[in-house]
Structure formats: C-alpha cells, structure tokens
Design a protein around this ligand. Structure first.
Ligand SMILES: Cc1cc2nc3c(=O)[nH]c(=O)nc-3n(C[C@H](O)[C@H](O)[C@H](O)COP(=O)(O)OP(=O)(O)OC[C@H]3O[C@@H](n4cnc5c(N)ncnc54)[C@H](O)[C@@H]3O)c2cc1C
Length: 477
C-alpha cells in the first residue's frame, strides 16, 4: 500500500490551507473528508470576515496568526487563487467617553501585532462615512485592513488548487480508526478505505477530539460555541460601508452588522456554549438577541429584511488555538480548537504546521511544476452589465438564468460541477443558486436536470448534501 508523506484529516479551511501549502513540495499528500464535499463543516457557517488582527488576547496564537492570515489572504492568496476578498475595513463603535480607553487599548494591542492603519475616528467622521450608524455612537476604531470573503469559495479555491497540484482528496471518508506501527507509519481507516501515512494532521474541527482519541491522545476539551446569523435582503446591501462591531465582550466579538462579499448583509452572531455538536438550529431568543444587538449599531435594521438564517458552531477548546506536534504520538500534529478567527488565520496556521512538520523531518523540496494560479470563477451577480453581454456572446449559457433571485446562469452551474460540486449544497455554496429569497423553490428542479446531465446521475441519486439527503425519495433509477 502506498505510504503518503502526510495525511490531513478534515477539508475545512484549516485542512484546505495546509493541503494547498504543502502541495508546493515533492510530497505525497492525502486529504480525508467525512462529508460529501469540502467546507461542509464549521467553515460553511460563519461570518466570512477577514479580521484585521485586533480583538484577540495579546500574546495568544490567535492574535499572531490572525494578523498574519489577513496579510496572506489580502496579498498572495487573493492574487494567485482569484479569491473574492474585498477590503472594506471595519469599525468598532464606542458609545460614550467611558468606552474610549477600551478602544485605545484595542488599538495599541493591534499595533503591537503589526496591524496597520488603525485610527480612532470621531462623530464627524462617522457622519461622513457611515451615515446609518446609530446617533448614540460617539467614536469608533477604524481598522482599514479588515475585509470579507466567501468562506466556502475560499475553501474550494484552496482545495481545487491543491488537487490540481497532486493532493489526493477523498470525500465521504470519515476516519474511524488510526494506529501507529512499530516503523512509525500510521494506518488510517476511512470510509471503507485503508491508508498509510508517515505524518497525520488532525484538522477535524468539531470532531478533532474524536480523532485525538483514535490516535491514543487525551482528547482536547472541545466545547462548541453556537453562533446564530441572520441574512438580510440584498436591497439592504448599502446599510453599512464597513463591517460594524460593538466593543467585544469577554466571550466574543459581539453582535455585528456584517457586509458580505456576495452583497447580502448579515447580522449576528450570538455566542452560547452548547454540548451538542450537531445542533445547528436557530431560536427565537437568538433572533431577538441579534436584532437588539444589530439595532443598537444600526437602528434601521428591520426584522422584515431577514431572508435566511443559520447557526454555526465554533470548535472552541479553551481560549486559544491548539497547533502543535503531539510528543506522545510522534508524527501526529494537531490543529484543534480553531474557533474564530480561524477563517482568517488558516493560511498562517498552515505555515506554522508546515514548520512543525519540517522540524520533525518532513523534507520540503519545491516542485518545479507547482502551479500557484487558479482561474477565477465568474459570478454574474458581481459582473457589470457590459461584461455580462460579452460573456453571453462568448457562451449563450451565461444568458440562460437558472436562479433568478441571485442571477446565476446555467454556465456557472456547469462550471461549479466541473470544479467539484457533487450536491445541491455544493452548487449553492459555489454559485449562490438557491441562496436567495425563494430558497431554491424555482431553480432546484432545473439544477437537478443540469446535475443529471453533467454527472450522469438519475434524479433519485441527487442529494442536498450527500447520502441520506436525497431529494426524491420513492423513485428507482
Ligand atoms: C458563527 C461563526 C462565525 C464565525 N465567523 C468568523 C469570521 O468572520 N472570521 C473568521 O476568521 N472566523 C470565523 N469563524 C471561525 C471559523 O469559521 C472557524 O475557525 C473555521 O471555519 C474552522 O475551520 P476548520 O477547518 O478548523 O474546521 P471545519 O471547517 O469544521 O473543518 C473540519 C472538517 O473535518 C471534517 N471531519 C470531521 N471529522 C472527520 C473525520 N472523522 N474524518 C474525516 N473528516 C472529518 C469535517 O467534516 C469538516 O469538514 C466563525 C465561526 C462561527 C461558528
């Protein structure tokens, strides 16, 4: 059996960033994912903020890796992978002179982490630049380097480029057993397959404790922290020009008004510990808390603006990330407890893990044929009309609109499938088809027809998010 140099467990943002980083080198790499597609774990349910690097405990791994991650995403990764990162900046609002010392403190801590451009702005600046902000806000910390990104498209871009550079991706492959032989080589059982690897990286998000247990380690104390988020109609796109934060609480960054890279603003998230790693329900209490928090920042936020909602679970394990080699199981590496700002920090976590792997003997010989570039995906809802006309002339399938709420064409859906989408959710996360007001009421049957043509599936085989979520229940092929 082939022995891989590194097996990475989990194709969320952490595993994806590491796979892509290691794919620069002459290595045999395996990426194992339990779900039907990458980014179906925590990385699909978050705020999509590329944090500036402020609001993290000084001296923590989170603080260092967040600031570094922001620089990597906004620089080389966006250029190479055609990411839809938008540097919109953020404001942390102060409500009265009593809040100013805390703003000064956050500013000083951010500057110590190398965060650039931090500035405390006054009410006149807010009037000119953020007219919908509450009149009660008296000042704010402006962090111009913060931005936003589509979290799933970020993961897909990394995985697509990693696979293009030789990484073996195995989906529907939950790791169920890990053993380490006398020769130091790991054997892994995953989704009915058996694999061998000299090093294993645990990037399994909410389930990292199960993986640690399988490897014979005491499990990390994963304590999911639930965050409910509410999406507003695209007509409120311009409610804010930046991402708006209150002062952080001890537990989270607070309830925000969030610009998203796809246009619809979001409000949230809550932050409540839960014992249930599968509980992605939203609640009336959560909605009330989010509306109250968002209205404190932007009084014009209205309940009737809400078109969709979701909850995500931060895989918290104590206060900081756990990124280390496990001396008790040589060759086993942990990237656990990757709570917020894990989406931002992931590229820096990948570099840190690469360093740890190299310290333990992984040879990093650059590949001459490494292809860093990935072709940017087209999204009609982001394209100006003259360019849309050109695209339709190039391929009339760009004019064949499948999802009218979000303006998604048949060509974009076919491209998403060619780039790896295998489920309806996979198409939604890549293209936004089904993500609008009608929630797929009009486009699902059309999407299923395209999936049948492109994937050679029967209608009964098409799933929302993998086996067990079939759309048509009582038909045979
Ligand atoms: C509400 C909310 C808002 C957030 N907002 C932000 C934000 O704005 N900015 C930011 O920087 N961060 C944010 N975060 C944090 C960020 O989403 C996470 O830090 C990040 O997504 C964690 O990624 P991960 O790859 O470590 O975990 P995951 O994305 O969960 O990936 C782990 C993967 O491992 C797979 N897996 C699990 N068990 C197994 C197994 N046995 N075998 C194989 N595969 C397995 C899972 O299916 C999953 O795909 C937010 C989080 C939440 C919940």
């Amino acid at each position: 059996m082939k022995v891989h140099d590194v097996a990475i467990i989990g194709a969320g943002i952490t595993g994806a960033a590491l796979a892509r980083e290691l794919s620069r080198y002459r290595l045999s790499l395996l990426l194992l994912e339990k779900e039907a597609e990458p980014a179906f774990g925590v990385s699909k349910s978050n705020s999509g903020i590329v944090h500036a690097g402020t609001q993290n405990p000084p001296g923590s791994l989170k603080a260092r890796l967040c600031a570094e991650g922001n620089r990597l995403i906004s620089g080389p990764l966006s250029e190479e992978l055609g990411l839809d990162f938008i540097r919109c900046g953020q404001l942390i609002a102060a409500f009265g002179p009593g809040d100013l010392p805390r703003l000064e403190n956050i500013k000083a801590e951010g500057e110590a982490m190398g965060v650039e451009g931090l500035e405390i702005v006054d009410r006149a600046w807010l009037d000119a630049n953020e007219p919908n902000l509450s009149r009660e806000a008296t000042a704010a910390l402006h962090c111009p380097t913060a931005g936003m990104i589509s979290p799933y498209r970020f993961v897909h871009a990394l995985v697509e480029n990693a696979v293009g550079n030789g990484v073996v991706l195995r989906e529907l492959s939950p790791v169920t057993a890990i053993s380490r032989g006398a020769d130091g080589v790991f054997s892994l059982t995953a989704g009915g397959g058996n694999y061998k690897a000299r090093s294993v990286v645990n990037a399994a998000g909410l389930y990292a404790d199960d993986i640690a247990r399988m490897a014979g380690l005491p499990p990390y104390p994963i304590r999911p922290r639930k965050g409910e988020e509410y999406l507003l109609d695209r007509k409120r796109e311009h409610i804010a020009n930046r991402i708006i934060f209150p002062l952080p609480s001890g537990k989270s960054k607070g309830i925000l008004v969030i610009k998203t890279s796809d246009g619809n603003p979001m409000i949230g998230p809550t932050a409540h510990d839960t014992a249930d790693r599968e509980d992605l329900s939203t609640t009336d209490e959560g909605l009330d808390e989010v509306l109250e928090g968002a209205r404190r920042l932007m009084p014009s936020v209205n309940k009737s603006d809400i078109i969709a909602y979701f909850a995500g679970l931060r895989p918290a394990a104590g206060d900081d990330f756990i990124v280390r080699h496990e001396e008790a199981v040589p060759g086993f590496f942990s990237a656990a407890g990757i709570q917020s700002p894990g989406l931002t920090a992931a590229p820096a976590i990948a570099l840190m893990l690469k360093g740890l792997l190299a310290e333990r003997g992984l040879r990093l010989e650059p590949k001459e044929d490494f292809r860093p570039l990935r072709e940017r995906t087209v999204h009609l809802f982001k394209v100006p009309l003259p360019r849309t006309r050109e695209l339709i002339e190039e391929d009339p399938a760009y004019g064949d609109i499948v999802c009218r709420c979000e303006l998604v064409s048949a060509r974009e859906v076919r491209d998403a499938i060619k780039r790896g989408a295998r489920t309806l959710d996979g198409i939604k996360f890549r293209t936004r088809a089904q993500a609008g007001r009608c929630h797929g009421g009009f486009c699902t049957t059309r999407l299923m027809k395209i999936m049948q043509e492109e994937l050679g599936l029967s209608a009964a085989e098409i799933t929302k998010r993998g086996p067990g979520s079939e759309i048509i229940k009582d038909e045979r092929k």
